[in-house]
Design a protein around this ligand. Structure first.
Ligand code: C2O
Ligand code: CU
Length: 504
């Protein structure tokens, strides 16, 4: 800890930069500076004087006795004949699966051979802040020819993923993402374990006309691939085997014009949803065929027993790509008649764990959109409480607090949003005011449909500067981001034109 002095003059300079309509020169996300930052008549909340400050630089893993697993990820360009170049980790899209055991100490070195700066974010893992990989907040984006090492523990088993968090809306669709699986300590009880990463098949066209066409709904969908395979991905499995499938939505979130989730259904055998965003559900019942709404950034782990017929097929309702387990013919029912999985009523409540109550802080996060300018570009601006990043309000939490977030989605454009919180897992409390009646549900990415409200709660137990943003990448890149910050945390990094750090 050290004492630093913030002067009102510096705060005002930051304030003005944050309110410019073009990309700001430099915005610093330190909580002491931006606390109270508001564009309209702002500045009043910015206090000059002495504060106790700690840099995000110091929020690293303390020495651990856990076994260390070393990985390196080389970000590089891959030429593809007749197609736009892909940007890959270790030459493949998705990047290599990082598979570790619960409790491991993970050490990953990012080596950048791209012509652009990049980072890696560990989506869903509650890393120490310095390992969060957000350009301009927890580190400078790693320049071409340079490297950076991430260090963190993985205490909770489950299905996670990693991706670039620099110029994300461009770098993820180009290929900079991969799966991260944390195996439980006890030996797995299933016979097969497959990770299925859903992602955009071809880097999408960018620019004014494609964007307008998408907003008008003229381009209704993009093609999706699974583990790099468009069309049908074939995996082996034999009758009677228990199969675990780890579904990850790594698309940019615009497979459908309204940013609706993927609609995945398994045909040929009933299944259980055993985990959401990596966290086990309690008492998951057999269902099926029921459509699983898999929002951008989310994960579903399902388990099924291969039927005597020896084949199961996963389809996305309305898209072309499929996954076939085993071989044979699967009868396709009328997909439009299938019911949709509802996480608020699935599994059984856990007697020992009542929903959190007695909140220390309570925030409303109002999701919306409007036509306007964001960083000098005209289009649909995505907003939180009517403001676009970095002008969005900040959620200031204190260590130990139980914090409730109330999400509303009243935007006139009727879009879906998948709200992702860095550094913390939250418990889902209610949808449209109705409490969950089944298993407790813990997520890091929440799907919020048009007109819905959701209540969630998290324990503020990981000091730092953390993003809370929509994982529909275009929404995040056009303003739908905010910071969750602990008091007195400062960052030496900044977002903007001068540093070249562009988290979204
Ligand atoms: Cu998966 Cu802020 O990201
Ligand atoms: Cu969104």
């Amino acid at each position: 800890m050290r004492i630093i002095t913030i002067t009102a003059g510096a705060a005002v300079a930051v304030l003005l930069a944050g309110c410019s309509s073009r990309r700001p020169d430099s915005v610093n996300m330190s909580s002491v500076i931006t606390y109270g930052l508001q564009c309209a008549g702002g500045g009043a909340g910015v206090a000059a004087g002495s504060v106790t400050a700690e840099s995000v630089e110091n929020l690293r893993l303390q020495s651990s006795t856990a076994s260390v697993k070393e990985f390196s990820l080389v970000a590089e360009v891959e030429k593809r004949p007749g197609l736009p170049d892909a940007w890959t980790f270790n030459g493949i899209v998705p990047g290599p699966e990082i598979r570790v055991q619960q409790g491991d100490h993970v050490h990953v070195t990012l080596i950048n051979h791209l012509p652009a700066a990049t980072t890696i974010h560990w989506h869903g893992i509650d890393v120490p802040n310095a390992a969060d990989g957000v350009a301009g907040v927890t580190q400078d984006a790693v320049k071409p020819g340079h490297s950076y090492t991430y260090d963190f523990l993985v205490p909770e088993p489950g299905t996670y993923w990693y991706h670039s968090h620099q110029d994300t809306s461009n770098q993820i669709p180009r290929g900079l993402f991969g799966p991260l699986v944390v195996e439980p300590k006890n030996a797995p009880y299933y016979d097969r374990d497959y990770t299925l990463v859903y992602h955009d098949a071809v880097p999408p066209a960018r620019g004014f006309f494609p964007t307008i066409a998408r907003i008008l709904g003229a381009v209704d969908r993009r093609s999706v691939a699974v583990n790099g395979t468009p069309g049908d991905l074939r995996l082996s499995a034999n009758a009677g085997e228990l199969v675990r499938l780890r579904l990850i939505n790594a698309t940019a979130g615009e497979t459908r014009a309204d940013a609706a989730p993927l609609h995945i259904v398994a045909l040929g055998a009933p299944y259980r949803v055993v985990a959401l965003d990596g966290h086990d559900l309690n008492g998951p019942q057999l269902i099926g065929p029921e459509v699983l709404p898999l929002g951008a950034g989310q994960r579903y782990d399902i388990e099924l027993r291969m039927p005597a017929a020896g084949v199961v097929r996963l389809v996305d309702v309305g898209l072309e790509e499929t996954v076939t387990l085993g071989s044979g013919i699967v009868r396709i029912p009328d997909l439009s008649k299938l019911s949709v999985f509802d996480l608020t009523r699935y599994g059984v409540p856990r007697a020992q764990a009542p929903a959190p109550a007695g909140f220390d802080a309570d925030y409303t996060v109002d999701l919306g959109s409007r036509p306007g300018f964001h960083f000098g570009k005209f289009g649909l601006v995505h907003t939180i409480d009517g403001k676009d990043f970095p002008g969005t309000p900040m959620i200031l939490v204190r260590p130990g607090q139980l914090v409730k977030l109330h999400f509303t989605n009243r935007g006139r454009t009727e879009e879906f949003h998948t709200m992702h919180l860095h550094g913390h897992v939250f418990t889902v409390l209610a949808r449209n005011g109705v409490p969950l009646s089944g298993s407790p549900v813990r997520l890091d990415t929440l799907l919020v449909a048009p007109k819905e409200t959701w209540d969630v709660a998290f324990r503020a137990d990981n000091p730092g500067l953390w993003m809370l943003h929509c994982h529909v990448l275009l929404h995040a890149a056009t303003g739908m981001d905010m910071m969750v910050s602990y008091p007195g945390i400062v960052t030496p990094y900044s977002v903007g034109r001068v540093s070249g750090n562009v988290p979204e």
